[in-house]
Each structure stands twice: as structure tokens, then as C-alpha cells.
Design a protein around this ligand. Structure first.
Ligand code: FE2
Length: 389
């Protein structure tokens, strides 16, 4: 493979994209994409209202006391190809209440859409995955049968395998469709999950890279070492794993030694376990979407004026005036394949743990490595305000 100038520059900076990664990913575990992401939260009704009125998600289904479920309440929230589940405990005992007590609100399950949940479970558990749910047929009466199985990944996070081929209900057996749902926020373009990032403990990154390679058949797309992801104070390392069709991208971060506390360590201290750090949602109109999200009350990380003063020299024309990017706090980056625009929210719950990214891609399959230093300095300013740097 001939190396372009941009690749050479990226290699020197410590970031390496392996464009053969998709071909190297194994096909013993065909994954169609992400079926849904389930969050375990303290109050699912209020979480659903937050995602409806600020983020424009529509509640489509519910389960809880009214559907004869006694221990939990769940709301299914969708927009375009993104499906979130918010589940809260109804009793002080049990795994959901314990999870919320230990971790606060957070991601419980990043579930894959598959054609054969039993095969996915067998292929992964025979390669070393720990089972969380053996292959199970969930009978839905005239709606058909939903087939599901689950394995464990970092921390208390799960990957479920969901086969909907013989199921025609709203989400899963036990859920009731919400008729005439209340109006969701409008004017937003959020299309699909672009990537999900996991934070693991110091020294654990390679263990989970091996896990995604050996157990799920993923391949490593990019490696960012602490030479590229560092500020004067702190550092982290990251490797990006992808499946064969490229629809699923999982960066795995671990903290690196620095003069002060890595943002990854801050997450681990407050989540009290490895877990999902952020989910990136892909848009095709980041300017209009961020403008609307800000109006709705979503809080984003701020970037300093100096970042924008040199941005045009670094990325060239990205189709949006620099003063518009600065006014909205949107970042830009360019690599050998194209460019991307991105922005990061503040944590969306009280603990400094999970947050969102909004990303608009124009050719680039990267993750904004050119922004890492400025971004991490912005995060450190927030860490310092929290007394956590
Ligand atoms: Fe990201």
C-alpha cells in the first residue's frame, strides 16, 4: 500500500488508520448494525421526556406496571435509525437498582441486530465470551417471536444479539405501543449511531482489543497513542475496533500517565467501573442540528477562540464559515479521505460520565484526531471546575 502524505503525517503524529481492517474482520459473527442501546437510569419517565423535548426522540413503546411488569419501567425512544431504551427500577432490590446506585445513569446494553441470535451466542461464547442471556425465544403471540441472547463486555456492559426476522411488534414482547405520542422536538437531523466509545482501566485496553478481535471477529482500524492524545497535564490511549461491514465502530480508551488526572480516570472514578463513555450520533446537518439543540437547552463543550484562529489553515474549506463554526462551538478535522465536523456535549447526567458527540462526515472515516489536543484541554477546564483534575 502506498502511503499518502497525509498518512505519513498521521503516522508521525502517532495515529495510524489501517484501511485493510474491514477486510481482515472475520465473518463468523455477521452483524447487521446496532439494534438499540439500553440505558439504565434512575427515572425512565423523566429521561424519556429529556430525549423527547431536547433531542427530538419519539416515544413509541412502554413497559411497566400497566403492562404487568412489576420490577421495571422502560420507554422505547426512536428517531431515524437510532433506537434508545430507558429503563428504571421500580423496587429497591435487583440488578437495575444496584446498577443505578453504583454507576448513576449509564449505558447497560449496546445491542446488535443479527439474523441468528443463537449462532451469534454460540460463536462468541465458544471463543471466550461470558454469557449474560442464553439464546431465548420471547413469544409475542400474534406479533411473532423475538429471538435474543446476550454476552458481557467491559465493566457491567452487555452486547445483546437481537433477531427480529419473525417478530412484527413494536419493540419486544411485553411492550405496548404508545398511540398518539406527545410531540418531539423538531428541526433536528440525527440519523444513526456512528460509534460507541468504551473507557477501560489503565492497562486493560489491549485486553479488550483482543476481546473484540478474537471473540467478535472485529479488526483494529486505528491506534492513537499517548503521544498524540495528550495535553500538558494528562493523556489517554485509544484503539478503534470495527466489524467487517464497517457499520459498528468501537473506540476503546484507557488512561495514560500524566501530571494530572486523565479524563478517562475521572470517568472511571465516577462511573466506578469501565463503561460506555460516549455515543456519536451521525447527522447530515450539524449546523442546523446544533443550533436547535442549543436552543432546546443541550449543553456543549466550548472551544477557545484560538482554536478557530488557525482552523482554516489546517482543514481548508469545510463548507461552513469559520465564524459559524465558532459561534456554535463545532470542530473540524481533515485527513487523507476527507473531512468531518463534530461537537461534544457536556455529561448528560449529574455524574461526569456519559456524554454525546454529534458528527457530520464528508469522506473522513476518522475520529477528529486533529481536535484531540484542543478538545482535551476543553475537557480539562471542565474537570478543574469539578475539582477532578
Ligand atoms: Fe467519538
Amino acid at each position: 500500500m502506498t502511503e499518502t502524505l497525509a498518512q505519513a503525517a498521521a503516522n508521525q503524529a502517532g495515529a495510524r488508520m489501517d484501511t485493510d481492517a474491514y477486510a481482515r474482520a472475520s465473518d463468523f459473527l455477521p452483524l447487521n448494525g446496532i439494534d438499540h442501546i439500553e440505558f439504565w437510569v434512575g427515572n425512565a419517565r423523566q429521561a424519556a421526556a429529556y430525549y423527547r423535548t431536547l433531542w427530538g426522540f419519539t416515544p413509541v413503546a412502554f413497559s411497566g406496571l400497566e403492562t404487568m411488569v412489576r420490577d421495571r419501567a422502560s420507554y422505547i425512544m426512536v428517531r431515524d435509525d437510532i433506537r434508545f431504551v430507558f429503563t428504571a427500577p421500580l423496587t429497591p432490590d435487583g440488578e437495575i437498582a444496584e446498577h443505578v446506585r453504583a454507576h448513576g445513569d449509564g449505558v447497560h446494553d449496546i445491542a446488535f441486530s443479527v439474523d441468528d441470535a443463537a449462532s451469534a451466542w454460540h460463536e462468541t461464547t465458544t471463543r471466550g465470551a461470558v454469557s449474560a442471556l442464553e439464546p431465548t425465544d420471547l413469544e409475542g403471540g400474534e406479533d411473532g417471536v423475538l429471538r435474543k441472547a446476550s454476552i458481557r463486555t467491559y465493566g457491567e456492559t452487555l452486547h445483546s444479539f437481537v433477531d427480529r426476522r419473525d417478530y412484527h411488534g413494536v419493540f419486544a414482547p411485553g411492550y405496548r405501543r404508545i398511540k398518539d405520542p406527545p410531540r418531539a422536538a423538531e428541526g433536528l437531523r440525527l440519523l444513526e449511531v456512528d460509534h460507541c466509545v468504551g473507557n477501560v482501566a489503565l492497562g486493560e485496553m489491549d485486553r479488550y482489543v483482543d476481546y473484540y478481535r478474537d471473540v467478535l471477529g472485529f479488526a483494529q482500524l486505528i491506534h492513537y497513542d499517548d503521544k498524540v492524545i495528550h495535553t500538558d497535564f494528562s493523556a489517554l490511549m485509544s484503539k478503534v475496533m470495527t466489524n467487517g461491514n464497517g457499520r459498528i465502530k468501537f473506540p476503546i480508551n484507557e488512561p495514560a500517565e500524566g501530571k494530572k488526572k486523565s479524563q478517562i480516570q475521572e470517568y472511571l472514578d465516577w462511573y466506578r467501573a469501565p463503561g460506555c463513555q460516549h455515543i456519536a450520533l451521525r447527522t447530515d446537518d450539524i449546523v442546523g442540528t446544533v443550533r436547535r439543540l442549543r436552543e432546546n437547552g443541550v449543553e456543549f463543550l466550548g472551544m477557545p477562540h484560538e482554536y478557530y484562529a488557525t482552523l482554516a489553515d489546517r482543514v481548508g474549506d469545510v463548507g461552513v464559515p469559520m465564524d459559524t463554526l465558532e459561534a456554535l462551538g463545532i470542530e473540524a478535522d481533515r485527513d487523507e479521505e476527507g473531512y468531518l465536523l463534530q461537537i461534544f456535549t457536556r455529561p448528560v447526567q449529574d455524574r461526569p460520565t456519559f456524554f454525546f458527540e454529534i458528527i457530520e462526515r464528508h469522506g473522513s472515516r476518522g475520529f477528529g484526531v486533529g481536535n484531540f489536543k484542543a478538545l482535551f484541554e476543553a475537557i480539562e477546564r471542565e474537570q478543574a471546575k469539578r475539582g477532578n483534575l
